[in-house]
Design a protein around this ligand. Structure first.
Ligand SMILES: CC(C)(O)[C@@H](O)C(=O)O
Length: 593
């Protein structure tokens, strides 16, 4: 990769310095002069760098970027570029109804239009909250101009009465205690609020930290970027360095398509297992892969990632939170351990301009309580199982979070380890679940599996994090904290629930879950990787024949557009038509007057 700055003509010059069309050049340039730019600099043949601002009052997980902006811009200026910040549609996982997942594809569309339609030569993608990272990477993949991610970093560690209180994880634990009557509402609220002590995204290995680790593992952020807590000075330094680096990337013409290869995605899958990452990573990585044009299949998560051990001792799979993870070396330390074990493709190009293997030289765990070695991990086989059967073509199970207690109760019948027959309890959505979970008529006992449907991409819409359903209060009081749960939605990356989720195709488009009834026997065989309703074929077919798709009410125009265009979680939950737009890469839009 050369680093010459000579004889470069950038795409922004087609706007600001096009001798073939002085009328348009003048029109484009004049209105940018009424703010911080001069005609001289806009016509100086220097790269113009967009900064996609995902932070706002509505997007608190990314709000830190409002304060990092000066450092990003300083880095761009010092490297000889010209920064232009622009807003991104807010995507706040904990704020947006009905789901932030619905808005991932909307923010993606908006980003594509900005990157394609404005005079930008490269872009800094600010990320943080769950969906912001895939939305930004999907957009950059479609347009394929030089791009680099900068996340805002996790919050500082939360503490409650001398114990770590991790984002999300403390909610699931405390709601159990509330249901059991062990704490009151005020204590419940105080415990949960204690988990958010500063600016930043989730301090657990939830979906936010997972997706930023994925960006780093893919080679799309500078080495060591993702784990730096939001308020640390290293975060400001990283913002500056990221701003500097994108300018060189533009001169080098180092694009997402040079970085996001099949091998890079395999590295990300391996890292996801080692960090105990979120079950939201598969649909997001699938979506990024499809937008860049790389073949990836949901079954690759098991093939490539299942036998990778859990190295990171961080909630929800472990004990610690983001500050300890950072001090132990963060993602490059994990990748350093994986590299030494021969589990990484070292030759993948990255935004540093170096191969991944070079980036990782000298990196290893600095604290073995938090990041284990490959030889002595927290547990073996930490990847996802990919199940199939008559209820769905594919669904995922995250095994790294399953407690010893749950394993012994459900998954270890002597001689039949991993096989479990149970009675199905079916809920039509979260409202139905909340209304009926404590209904004695359901007679839910420890030999039940809880199902939830109508909560996938088309059904919800957007696919909701509702599969991690809590057992009824009566079972909790007996000390049964978990039942297996199954659904066509997702679950929080911060949950330690033994769920089978992301079931595809979803019930509202005719997936097998649609035909299940409360009281059916189901058989879960983790060795064979199957979950089946034990219903006679003729009866199953009769239910299929009698089924009609539910009428789905849309509350906004975007919901209607989304429902028409979206695919299934196993395929990334993408706007299907958008995955074919590699064809417009490197093309210029027409003039607007
Ligand atoms: C904690 C949340 C909101 O559920 C999400 O951020 C995740 O980790 O999946």
């Amino acid at each position: 990769m050369g680093n010459t700055r000579a004889n470069k003509r950038f795409r922004s010059q087609e706007w600001f310095d096009n001798p073939n069309n002085p009328g348009m050049t003048a029109l484009y340039i004049e209105r940018y002069l009424n703010q911080e730019y001069t005609r001289e600099e806009l016509q100086s043949a220097r790269p113009i760098i967009g900064i996609a601002q995902t932070g706002s009052d509505l997007a608190p997980c990314n709000k830190i970027h409002v304060f990092l902006m000066d450092r990003i811009k300083a880095g761009i200026r010092d490297a000889g570029g010209i920064p232009m910040e622009f807003p991104v549609h807010p995507i706040q996982e904990t704020g947006k109804r009905p789901t932030a997942a619905l808005d991932r594809n909307l923010a993606y569309l908006g980003l594509v239009e900005v990157l394609h339609g404005y005079p930008l030569d490269g872009v800094v993608l600010t990320t943080g909250c769950d969906k912001t990272t895939p939305a930004m990477l999907m957009g950059a993949a479609t347009v394929d101009i030089p791009a680099i991610t900068l996340n805002g970093g996790p919050m500082l560690d939360g503490w409650w009465k001398g114990k770590r209180a991790g984002s999300g994880t403390v909610v699931w634990e405390s709601r159990r205690l509330l249901s059991e009557g062990k704490i009151d509402y005020d204590e419940f609220m105080s415990r949960v609020c204690a988990s958010a002590p500063s600016l930043g995204h989730c301090n657990t290995m939830g979906t936010a930290s997972t997706m930023n680790a994925m960006a780093e593992a893919l080679g799309m952020s500078l080495t060591g970027c993702s784990a730096i807590p939001a308020p640390f000075r290293e975060r400001m330094n990283m913002a500056y360095l990221t701003g500097k680096r994108i300018v060189d990337m533009v001169y080098e013409d180092l694009k997402p398509s040079d970085i996001l290869t099949r091998e890079a995605f395999e590295n990300a899958i391996v890292v996801n297992s080692a960090i105990g990452g979120s079950t939201n990573a598969p649909p997001h990585l699938q979506a990024i892969a499809r937008h860049i044009g790389v073949e990836l299949d949901v079954t690759d998560w098991q093939k490539v990632g299942f036998d990778v051990p859990l190295l990171v001792n961080m909630q929800p799979a472990g004990e610690y939170l983001g500050e300890s993870f950072f001090h132990a070396g963060g993602v490059p330390a994990v990748m350093g351990e994986l590299k030494r074990a021969g589990r990484l493709h070292e030759n993948c190009m990255t935004v540093t301009g170096q191969k991944m293997g070079q980036n990782l030289i000298g990196w290893e765990s600095r604290d073995h309580a938090v990041i284990k070695t490959y030889a002595e991990p927290l547990r073996p086989n930490a990847g996802f199982l990919v199940l199939s059967g008559n209820l769905f073509d594919s669904a995922l199970m995250k095994t790294s979070v399953i407690s010893a207690d749950f394993r012994s109760r459900f998954l270890s019948d002597p001689g039949h380890e991993g096989v479990h027959e149970a009675r199905a309890i079916v809920f039509e959505g979260p409202e139905d679940y909340h209304e009926r979970i404590n209904d004695p008529a359901l007679a839910i006992d420890e030999n039940c599996i809880l199902f939830i449907r109508n909560v996938g991409c088309v059904g919800y819409p957007g696919s909701a994090e509702v599969v991690n359903m809590q057992p009824p209060d009566a079972l909790l009081k007996q000390g049964i904290n978990h039942l297996p749960t199954v659904g066509d939605g997702r679950q929080s990356g911060t949950s330690e629930s033994p769920s089978i989720l992301n079931a595809s195709p979803e019930s509202v488009v005719g997936g097998g879950l649609a035909y299940l009834q409360t009281g059916d026997r189901v058989r879960l065989d983790l060795n064979a990787g199957t979950l089946n309703a034990l219903v006679e074929d003729a009866e199953w077919q009769a239910r299929k024949d009698a089924w009609t798709p539910p009428v789905l009410e849309c509350q906004t125009p975007w919901e209607e557009i989304y429902r028409k265009e979206v695919g299934q979680l196993a395929q990334g939950g993408c706007l299907e038509l958008a995955t074919a737009y590699q064809k417009t890469r490197q093309t210029l839009p027409r003039d607007n007057h």
